[in-house]
Ligand binder design. Structure first.
Ligand SMILES: CC(C)(COP(=O)(O)OP(=O)(O)OC[C@H]1O[C@@H](n2cnc3c(N)ncnc32)[C@H](O)[C@@H]1OP(=O)(O)O)[C@@H](O)C(=O)NCCC(=O)NCCS
Length: 321
């Protein structure tokens, strides 16, 4: 790039956070042809609550000092993903996203990850082509799914192996539980670790992490984001990531995890939203049979072109947004 290029890329500053959030709404709202683009995602934000997380970097594009786009880069142990990536509509088609992606790839290289991914509009030649330039390849569809819990069912009563809320644990027990979560995900994909997301979910008004056990052995966990100012907002419990231990009985454990999410959402009187990649065939079917309906679907693209944890027998819910 010529040195007199007025567009510069660098870390997002704290004071630019709200403008970055506004650009995210404007860009997606414009692309989706919403009558009022700034209404995109209502009170939810996929940017503001992620500020300051140790596993997140935010990259900014500026034109002569004015913020014109950003990208959020996230690390889950050995796996990384990015998004939302957005550019002010008046700058579209001028290479700004590619500049942001160049800086994103440099972050991934520094993090020394096994693989990285993203979620994008499957039908958009522009989006798929843009990411292919950076070595990403489309795999299976990921469905965003939503469910409104029914009024309480009798099975909501406490049983010996009732789901636990991590926030109810003492500090030391919390860390041991977070380590057990990393052991569980590490068996799904080497090095996959949600520790930072789990810790962040315990901040005030961010949500909760649910854990299910059989006789003190961790069977699964779900990072549930809900509350004003969180990624779920005040009306939604957004399950950012959930996983059940695979192998024999994995499907039944996953069902219990979905039940735990449902009970939690009901206790907060909110809807549930999550994502599930269709390569996780049984997980997808079970999510559907629990009553979740797809609201939108996109495609998971990965670099290198490999299945990662999007494969049959994996009981994970997430969408990489
Ligand atoms: C998607 C978005 C970030 C792209 O930003 P941008 O600055 O316009 O993108 P760039 O100009 O850097 O790159 C566009 C690239 O798309 C690719 N592209 C565009 N049309 C294409 C087509 N029909 N087929 C294949 N590739 C295509 C090209 O590689 C093109 O770059 P090139 O012309 O230099 O080769 C921006 O449009 C945006 O904010 N959209 C709304 C939010 C959004 O969709 N975010 C991404 C969600 S995953």
């Amino acid at each position: 790039m010529p040195t007199n290029d007025p567009i510069k890329i660098g870390p997002l500053k704290r004071e630019e956070l709200n403008e970055a959030d506004r650009i995210v709404r404007l860009a997606f709202g414009t692309a989706l042809r919403m009558p009022n683009p700034l209404d995109f995602m209502g009170d939810r934000s996929l940017v503001v609550p992620r500020w300051g997380m140790p596993n997140v970097k935010m990259i900014a594009a500026r034109d002569g000092g004015r913020l014109i786009g950003s990208n959020v880069v996230t690390r889950w142990g050995s796996f990384g993903f990015f998004g939302p990536l957005t550019v002010l509509p008046e700058y579209w088609g001028r290479g700004v996203a590619q500049r942001l992606l160049g800086a994103t790839m440099a972050v991934f290289d520094r993090w020394d990850l096994r693989h990285t991914g993203l979620f994008t509009f499957a039908e958009s030649a522009k989006h798929v082509g843009l990411y292919q330039k950076f070595g990403y390849w489309p795999g299976y569809l990921t469905a965003l799914v939503k469910y409104t819990p029914e009024p309480a069912l009798p099975r909501d009563g406490r049983s010996a192996d009732a789901p636990m809320r991590l926030s109810s644990f003492s500090r030391s027990r919390r860390e041991a539980a977070i380590e057990a979560c990393a052991n569980l995900t590490g068996k799904i994909e080497k090095g996959l670790d949600l520790g930072d997301e789990i810790r962040a979910s315990l901040k005030p008004d961010r949500g909760e992490t649910l854990l299910i056990y059989t006789r003190a052995v961790l069977d699964g966990f779900a990072v549930c984001l809900t509350g004003p100012g969180s990624e779920g907002g005040k009306n939604t419990c957004y399950v950012k990531f959930g996983a059940a231990r695979g192998g024999p009985g994995g499907g039944a454990r996953f069902d219990r995890l979905l039940d735990a999410c449902e009970t939690f959402a009901r206790s907060r009187a909110v809807d549930l939203e999550t994502g599930v990649n269709m390569a996780r065939v049984d997980a997808y079917r079970r999510v559907r049979s629990h009553g979740y309906r797809p609201t939108m679907q996109g495609v998971a693209m990965q670099r290198p072109h490999a299945a990662g944890f999007n494969r049959p027998g994996v009981y994970v819910i997430d969408d990489w947004r």
